[in-house]
Design a binder for this molecule. Structure first.
Ligand SMILES: *Cc1c(COP(=O)(O)O)cnc(C)c1O
Length: 353
């Protein structure tokens, strides 16, 4: 039989999302979702939204949400782009700012979707090694000859670069686009969006999936110079004008407006994270100093893959990456205090056995 697939569809190795098994109820600490529900105002606006309006296309420009983000960060609407998850904006960025065959730089250990996009769009990826302690050495990111992606905090390490270090990278790459993926910035970092007026080579990408508890709605946004935003728009309108649905727009607006709820949930997660760091160290884990909503940990007496499987058998899902350098670590999303206490209890049993 004729194979109808393109060369790309035949050969590409796609991204593997974290598992969402249905065989039993797990404590899910594997995909960095928020353990807390979205703001109650999100529920209210969705419940009260017009059912009949679903027959109408949504606003392709997503103006109402842009207005809300522009108020939140005190930036112009023309500096904002909204996407169907930050993954979509990342994909659009690979198309908008690179030509086929161009080099693209990122750390050797980072969000693995960057590599998938590089091969999807035929770019020439250049992986810059992390230091032995998994930190990014910004001296390796000076005067490069093409664009750069940096997740800050980085994934799956959770380690943060300061705003000053990001600025060093920007100053030393005036002719290269620098894309900062801030999926986890709300959990302890300082966003680089404040630098967009100073650096026209900067694009900052954030998401509603982690700190704003709307992973199921698929929403992300980018902030940058108007020219970069125009590039993203050109790609989007050549692909799908209506990437954001009506309910997602309503939900996102309320999620932003409810600042108090946002801060409370983020602070709860940060407090739980810091408590976990101490408890895991007491159990002889090596714990990276994460500023995100997950911990990247390793134990000297039990190999990470074994630990991952044993936790799974015990109804707790964490993420394990079977790639060298990090293959003796597991990534654990910060859940509720109750979930994390159950996690620690199981860990103790597993380590004892
Ligand atoms: C979760 C995550 C994203 C994707 O987020 P969505 O907005 O849900 O698509 C992007 N980058 C990093 C580093 C992430 O961890």
């Amino acid at each position: 039989m004729k194979n109808f697939l393109s060369d790309k569809a035949k050969s590409i190795e796609p991204y593997t999302p974290g598992e969402q098994p249905k065989d039993k109820k797990y404590i899910k600490l594997n995909t960095n979702e928020s353990p807390y529900p979205p703001s109650p105002n999100v529920k209210k606006v969705i419940t009260e939204s017009s059912f009949d309006d679903l027959r109408l296309y949504p606003d392709p420009n997503v103006s109402d949400l842009k207005k809300e983000i522009s108020k939140l960060y005190n930036i112009k609407e023309n500096n904002i782009f909204i996407g169907n998850g930050s993954d979509e904006i990342l994909a659009f960025s690979f198309m908008a700012f690179f030509n086929r065959g161009d080099k693209v730089y990122y750390p050797n250990i980072t969000y693995s979707f960057y590599s998938v996009y590089s091969s999807l769009f035929d770019l020439n990826e250049q992986k810059i090694p992390l230091k032995d302690d998994f930190t990014i050495d910004i001296n390796n990111y000076k005067n490069l000859d093409s664009g750069i992606f940096i997740a800050n905090p980085n994934a799956p390490t959770g380690l943060l670069l300061s705003l000053k270090e990001i600025e060093e990278i920007l100053i030393n790459n005036k002719d290269n686009i620098v894309i900062i993926d801030e999926a986890y910035i709300d959990f302890g970092g300082e966003s680089a969006y404040k630098l967009i007026d100073k650096y026209c080579n900067l694009l900052v990408i954030q998401t509603f999936s982690k700190s704003r508890a709307l992973a199921g709605m698929r929403l992300g946004f980018a902030i940058g110079d108007e020219n970069l935003i125009q590039g993203l728009k050109n790609i989007k309108y050549s692909f799908n004008s209506y990437t954001i649905n009506r309910l997602s727009i309503l939900a996102a607006i309320e999620a932003i407006k409810d600042k108090k709820y946002f801060e409370e949930s983020v602070n709860k997660i940060i407090n739980t994270r810091e408590r976990m760091k101490i408890q895991l160290k007491e159990l002889d884990f090596k714990v990276l100093d994460s500023k995100s909503n997950f911990l990247f940990i390793s134990h000297k007496n039990m190999f990470a893959e074994k630990l991952y499987l044993k936790l799974r058998d015990n109804g707790i899902l964490v993420r394990y990456f079977k790639s060298n350098i990090i293959d003796n670590y597991i990534r654990v999303t910060i859940g509720t205090d109750e979930e994390m206490d159950a996690f620690i209890k199981k860990l103790k049993e597993i380590l004892k056995s």
